[in-house]
Design a protein around this ligand. Structure first.
Ligand code: ZN
Length: 162
């Protein structure tokens, strides 16, 4: 946090305030809940090894942590549930078929030939977080896993929940 100037911090806080406000407001309108990656270890990690290379990521991490705090705060205020999801595998797993895929910088490519989803890695990660959030919230609710590619999905989901 000390790495950011007061001006940058205030600007970031303003951005996070607006993002979280928009998310909670949309969740309220659509009667949804919010899933977010659980990056609780982030503060400990970010205090280690101050290196130039990680500078941007560290400030991003701090910003992300603040966003989550704002979401939780506003969520409580508006009666919107905010669920933190273990980030393990969310970036490597295909949101369509739950197979492990390849992540190459910005792109994700599903290794399951029957699926073969290719797209933005962050989009896939976000959809995975939403998917895990839904299954966490409704145990056994695999019918909620709506996806055009359903082959092997039930099996994969069963395997995942073991
Ligand atoms: Zn896939």
């Amino acid at each position: 946090m000390k790495q950011l100037s007061g001006k940058e911090r205030r600007y970031q806080a303003w951005i996070n305030h607006n993002i979280s406000k928009a998310i909670i407001s949309q969740a309220k309108q659509t009667q949804s809940f919010v899933s977010i990656e659980d990056l609780t270890g982030i503060r400990e990690r970010t205090n280690q090894k101050p290196r130039n290379k990680t500078e941007r990521r560290r400030s991003n991490s701090w910003a992300f942590y603040q966003l989550r705090t704002f979401l939780e705060y506003k969520g409580i205020k508006e009666g919107i549930e905010v669920i933190a999801i273990n980030p393990r595998y969310t970036s490597q797993t295909c949101h369509c078929c739950l197979h492990i895929g390849l992540r190459n910088h910005k792109f994700f490519k599903c290794s399951n030939k029957a699926c073969g989803w290719i797209g933005d890695a962050d989009l896939n990660g976000s959809l995975m977080i939403a998917l895990v959030g839904r299954s966490v919230r409704s145990p056994g609710g695999s019918s909620l896993l709506a996806c055009p590619v359903n082959s092997g999905l039930q099996k994969a989901h069963a395997k995942l929940s073991l």
